[in-house]
Write a protein that binds this ligand. Structure first.
Ligand code: TRP
Length: 339
């Protein structure tokens, strides 16, 4: 560990689901609470502009994501929580980084290839240059705070490698300044889509794919009941859908229950999944109920929320401005303070 600064970003996708929660946000909260890190978390609205979007929805979703993060346990006294676009130094550093990042490195990014191919299939396909330079902005997010530790999922591995490449090239060209950010890998379950357990849980697979973090009891129960499983024939192996339900149960902390189901399924009798689904639904109802209450409490004071968003940006900006003063000096761009 080069330093104790943790940085991560999350896109304002609208309603958060249990996949985001267990895969990322629960871990943000854990890292905040171990007390050993300076934790900085960012709602990356500028990254959400790289594919077609609706401006009023973006603004709403950014504020909603900020509230959701607090409801999940991020604490503005212990972490810096802010919205990316309120700290303009992100885009400034991104430009400078785009000049130390090679075109070739960007063309090798698999996420760009995947996303642009998806878009190409659509009518009026528009592939923005922003989608292509997305990882440069991500490197700027991290390095603006000189963070060495980045909690992200495996899907971000290549982006993080590029951040290291950028940091190294900058340091070689302008002098040692940035740390090499490392992936802070923790055991986070990758939850699968309830309606298609061959894929990762994602809003793009429709509302039946996921359980929303703030869903009410009835919605949670009906989504879990509809989850794809298997026929339960003891001669066929346990399917990914069933394993996914067991993972959810474990993610909710019910390890004993999950083990009991596994023991039962190992006995060679026809497997029945209704009791498993009930257990999963009960665990999720308990989680979502508590989070929904927290969220309602926070959202009930919009003045305070806006103040916290402002204060988060001020704290982030104080660090970002210091970095940019150094970067301007190192790179030779003109700064007002030179004149
Ligand atoms: N690309 C990340 C994702 O899609 C989001 C992100 C943007 C990010 N900037 C970041 C993650 C900086 C970690 C650090 O999940």
């Amino acid at each position: 560990m080069e330093n104790n600064i943790v940085f991560s970003g999350i896109q304002p996708t609208g309603e958060m689901h249990i996949g985001n929660y267990f895969g990322a946000v629960a871990n943000y909260v854990r890292l905040q609470n171990v007390g050993q890190y300076q934790t900085i978390y960012c709602v990356v609205d500028l990254h959400a502009m790289t594919t077609p979007y609706d401006p009023s929805a973006l603004r709403r979703n950014s504020e909603q994501m900020f509230i959701d993060l607090l409801a999940c346990g991020l604490d503005t006294d212990r972490s810096i929580v802010f919205v990316q676009s309120m700290v303009p130094e992100h885009t400034e550093l991104a430009w400078i980084f785009s000049c130390v990042c090679s075109y070739g490195d960007l063309t090798r990014q698999t996420q760009f290839k995947e996303k642009s191919e998806q878009l190409e299939g659509k009518q009026d396909a528009f592939i923005s240059a922003g989608l292509f330079t997305y990882p440069v902005l991500q490197a700027a997010d991290i390095l603006l705070y000189r963070a060495a530790n980045v909690p992200v999922g495996q899907d971000q591995k290549q982006h993080l490698e590029l951040s290291r490449t950028i940091a190294n090239r900058f340091n070689n060209q302008f002098g040692e300044y940035f740390p090499e950010p490392q992936m802070l890998a923790t055991e986070t379950p990758k939850l699968l889509a309830l309606n298609d357990p061959t894929k990762k849980m994602s809003k793009s697979l429709g509302p039946k794919s996921y359980v929303g973090l703030f869903d009410d009891e009835q919605t949670v129960r009906s989504k879990v009941r509809a989850a794809v499983t298997d026929t339960g024939d003891p001669d066929t192996p346990i399917s990914d859908g069933v394993r996914n339900l067991l993972s959810i149960l474990r993610a909710c902390g019910h390890h004993d229950q999950a083990e009991a189901f596994e023991r039962e399924y190992a006995q060679g009798n026809p497997r029945r999944y209704a009791p498993l689904k009930d257990a999963v639904a009960d665990a999720l109802v308990a989680l979502t109920h508590a989070l929904r209450m927290r969220r309602a409490e926070i959202a009930a004071d919009p003045q305070r929320v806006r103040r916290l968003i402002r204060e988060g940006a001020e704290k982030a900006r104080a660090i970002a401005q210091q970095t940019m003063r150094d970067v301007r000096r190192l790179t030779g761009v003109m700064a007002g303070s030179d004149l």
